[in-house]
Write a protein that binds this ligand. Structure first.
Ligand code: NAP
Length: 483
């Protein structure tokens, strides 16, 4: 019996006025329907926006420590439900139990972090031009904000938008991805139980084009924070900007790791394996290009093939090395990129297909895949595959590697593996990416530092997370006081 969930609007759990629903299935076993959610309409979205607008003044006027107490309590309630939230996440998105548990813990930590920030929203005092005067800035809530989130981090990303938005005193309408909306539902449940006032946060599920578009176009929305693909984000940013709504879009990536001859190649392969195949390659920061100095190219290819082939693939609940793709569509897209890469002349070193065996029949499984002999102008090196597919590209020297790393429309995360300080410094300074790492994988973020991309990976308006997460959700007022 499939559990049917509802929207959360104005403090009530309510069905869509359409009466229609959609099913979410288990990526490890597509016959298993794991939850059912409302196919909401534009009218549902407007009801949620109206509730949020009505609630905003009271929530914005709630003292920071009281807002913080609610966020902290929500974090504690989520911690108490960590096991359940982890299983929910695995069942709808497919990632491994370890990956999902880490993600739920991240959501908990985000609530704790922004609970403290409620006491300290910032502001600066400056010296005025004249005596008997004061000159300072204060931060005020932006107002009512819309949050549109993707399926690949279905609890962490809603949390890293919801928590700073609420911490700053905004009211919120959240539209989670249709492929994995059930994890976000748990966040609204814990906020409700923690005592969040009715209407301060609302959840509406349904198709992006039906309910995301009216959210982006609404004149009642003061800020729109979107994470998803560059194609959808670009359209959303245009729609929201039409009436000068503040907008932030964090989007796709084509993230490189450069490997230089001074690197320990076994270690480099281990780092890149986690970056490329972790979360089934379905991270915006996933390593999709290894740009390897020609002196260590063959050695690296052997090592990364060995790492890929050592990964077990299976249902996320069994906690294998790698879970399935989230959907048939994502699986088909990855298999199509394998064909494209092969036809463009890349060499398939390992993987490239569905794993053999009856146990893989019902799920969206694919093997960890490595291509060598990739040139940077091939589609496999330029387009976001969003699957466990690594393109290994040769480089003649550091400058060639850096140029190759930068020759992409994206600029989200990038790393270099080297023991040479000059190379590390030049990489950090010259790489065109919002996240630059040395001797690290491109994936994995800390929650208290800014996160966002360069180039087509971001609207580059505001960063997320840390203090930067609060900047988007607040307006700065400059106060001149003359006594
Ligand atoms: P997506 O297809 O762009 O969808 C993202 C969200 O937008 C979903 O909630 C979707 O709803 C909604 N949406 C779809 N069409 C819309 C429209 N016309 N108007 C308004 N909203 C609309 O992305 P995804 O497939 O969920 O996620 C994968 C992408 O996200 C990848 O490109 C990945 O790189 C990127 N990503 C980026 C970051 C980052 O921080 N840079 C983090 C994670 C993921 P439906 O689900 O109902 O279609």
């Amino acid at each position: 019996m499939t559990t049917e969930y509802t929207n959360y609007i104005d403090g009530e759990w309510v069905a869509s006025e359409s009466g229609e629903t959609f099913d979410v299935t288990n990526p490890a076993n597509s016959d298993e329907v794991v939850s059912r959610h409302p196919s909401s309409t534009e009218a549902d979205v407007q009801t949620a926006i109206d509730a949020a607008v009505a609630a905003q003044d009271e929530w914005g006027d709630t003292p920071g420590p009281s807002r913080g107490a609610i966020l902290r309590e929500a974090g504690e309630l989520l911690a108490a439900r960590k096991e359940e939230a982890t299983e929910t996440l695995v069942r709808e998105e497919g990632k491994t139990r370890s990956e999902a548990g880490g993600e739920v813990q991240r959501a908990i930590d985000i609530f704790y972090y922004y609970a403290e920030k409620c006491r300290d929203l910032g502001g600066t005092v400056k010296s005025p031009s004249g005596t008997d005067k004061e000159l300072y800035t204060k931060r005020e809530p932006l107002g009512t904000v819309a949050l549109i989130t993707p399926w690949n981090y279905p609890i962490a990303i809603p949390a890293w938008k919801l928590a700073p938005a609420l911490a700053a005193g905004n009211s919120v309408v959240l539209k989670p991805a249709s492929q994995a909306p059930n994890s976000a539902r748990i966040l609204l449940e814990v906020l409700d139980e923690a005592g969040l006032p009715d209407g301060a946060a609302n959840l509406v599920t349904g198709s992006g084009s039906t309910i995301g578009t009216p959210l982006a176009e609404s004149e009642d929305i003061d800020g729109l924070s979107f994470t998803g693909s560059t194609a959808v984000g670009t359209a959303v940013a245009r729609a929201a900007s039409e009436d000068l709504t503040r907008v932030q879009c964090e989007m796709g990536g084509k993230n490189p790791t450069v490997v230089m001859p001074s690197a320990d190649i076994e270690e480099a392969a281990d780092i890149i394996s986690v970056g490329a195949f972790g979360t089934t390659g379905q991270s915006c920061t996933a390593t999709s290009r290894a740009i390897v100095h020609e002196d260590v190219y063959d050695e690296f290819v052997d090592a990364i093939v060995e790492a890929a082939e050592s990964l077990s693939v299976g249902p996320g609940l069994d906690d294998p090395g790698m879970g399935p793709h989230v959907s048939d569509g994502e699986l088909s897209s990855t298999l199509e990129y394998v064909d494209i890469a092969t036809s463009e002349g890349a060499t398939l070193e390992t993987g490239g297909g569905k794993p053999a065996g009856d146990e893989y029949e019902g799920g969206y499984y694919v093997e960890p895949t490595v291509f060598s002999d990739v040139s940077n102008d091939m589609r496999i090196a330029q387009e976001e595959v969003f699957g466990p597919v690594l393109a290994v590209i040769p480089a003649t020297d550091f400058d060639d590697a850096l140029d190759t790393a930068n020759e992409t429309d994206y600029g989200l995360s990038a790393s270099i593996i080297t023991q040479d300080l000059t190379e590390a410094d030049r990489f950090v300074n010259e790489i065109e990416a919002g996240v630059a790492k040395v001797n690290e994988k491109t994936t994995g973020l800390e929650l208290h530092v800014p996160f966002g991309g360069y180039k087509d990976s971001s609207t580059n308006t505001y960063r997320e997370q840390g203090d930067a997460g609060l900047d988007f959700f607040t307006s700065v007022k400059t106060v001149y006081r003359n006594f």
